[in-house]
Design a protein around this ligand. Sequence first.
Ligand SMILES: Cc1cc2nc3c(=O)[nH]c(=O)nc-3n(C[C@H](O)[C@H](O)[C@H](O)COP(=O)(O)OP(=O)(O)OC[C@H]3O[C@@H](n4cnc5c(N)ncnc54)[C@H](O)[C@@H]3O)c2cc1C
Length: 476
Amino acid sequence: MKKIIIIGGGIAGLAAATRIQQEISAGTQLECALFEGSERFGGKISTEKMDGFVIERGPDSFISQKPAAIQFCKQLGIEDHLVGTNPETPNTYVYTGGKLVTMPDGLSLMIPTKFLPFAFTPLFSLMGKIRMAFDLLIPKKADDSDESLASFVRRRMGEEALRKMAEPMLAGIYASDPETMSIGSTFPMFVETERKYRSLILGMLARKKAMLLNANKRPASKFSLFMTLKDGLGEMVDTAIKKSPDVQFQSGARVESISGKEGDWSVYLEGGGEYKAQAVILATPGHITARLLQPVAPAAAEVLKQVKYVSTATVTLGYKKEGFSHALDGFGFVVPKCENRSILACTWTSSKFPHRAPEGYVMLRCYLGGALREDIAEKDEHTMTRLVRQDLKEIMGIEEKPVFCKVFHNRKSNVQYQVNHSVRIDTLMKELDAFPGLFLAGSAYRGIGIPDCIQSGNESAESVIQFLADKSKAEI
Ligand SMILES: Cc1cc2nc3c(=O)[nH]c(=O)nc-3n(C[C@H](O)[C@H](O)[C@H](O)COP(=O)(O)OP(=O)(O)OC[C@H]3O[C@@H](n4cnc5c(N)ncnc54)[C@H](O)[C@@H]3O)c2cc1C
């Protein structure tokens, strides 16, 4: 019987376990154990329920364009619990010049695709709009080297597009500094669009046209851009464990070190215990994986140490709906750094996902910290609550007392894909080729979103299954 150990019970580790369970159910002789260091599974995914409120500590939804998360929900039998965003309030706002300004219709990420809404939006100055339109004329980049998001946007669309859109919207998703984050590893579609069409605006228009032409041929997607689970993303975690009865899940089992060589690995738990396996999937955050790899694969560990993490925090507030002073007519707003506020973004959760707050209440979630304001994410709960309430008062005019306020610290939780990230990951994977039976999964490598992590977990499980099958054949 071949044995597999998965280290880390975040969504990547759980996706790997689910795939291995499928293989066991199909009759392959495998044993699998998953060791999770903390007392609960799910890693960054953590849902808390309180008096009818569904509160997400980390991620609150995932993108449907990458199919792995929806596929995973289907596989777990919870597809009918998926819910999309509220179609009645799709506005998103940018806080600029002391006001909340609606994002103009037709702005696809940061690229204008409709002339009139773009021409009349107060979001950009006239000079800013003219500079953005220069994208139609500017030649494409001469070489294929990676660059920062800031350098890319500045080059194609100018400083104002960077400050008001790319930094809060795009770098914001990654809690990153646009001056250091890699465009190639975070928004490869922009790079591909420039390569193929030269101009981002022309490229987006061509893609829109192709989509319209194909719309008649394909059934319309029943999924909105962002999807979530009605009772919170934690349901994915609980169901993955429930549906993998042959995997031995152990929480409170922190791995201290690993040792061994090709196909003969030992995993040691903190507080004692040695477990042997032919294959190990390391699904821990990059900095922990680097520490575990150090004694066995030091060169790989050195590469992985270069992948940085920053701290963020979320502050979720519930209010009585009656007398609430804001219409919450949208999904929320983002705040450019130049506005000098504490919060980076605020999701109007009860408008975006109405089932997340009980009847008669509204709920907001503010996001703080990241590479640009990491000091704020380290502050204590009391200070953070005060800063958030101050911002909400000045930005949205909310003076009401919340019925609850929950602060969650996500210390060194957000991985940073810096310029040339993909080169580092290619080097890391090459280094690891010399250690058959060791596999990596998770957000540190080729995508941070939940669908990316699920895919990464699936792929690592596929590689393990193949590796063990080859090993069995060689032994015969
Ligand atoms: C605040 C925040 C908001 C986010 N929002 C979104 C969003 O809205 N949509 C989206 O798609 N993505 C979002 N993301 C990104 C996404 O949630 C993460 O990239 C993803 O959940 C990471 O999954 P993972 O399995 O790779 O790692 P993790 O979730 O970090 O799991 C790793 C696990 O390893 C365990 N572990 C660590 N050390 C050890 C050890 N020594 N032994 C055993 N176990 C160990 C940890 O306890 C943890 O459970 C967000 C991330 C954060 C931090």
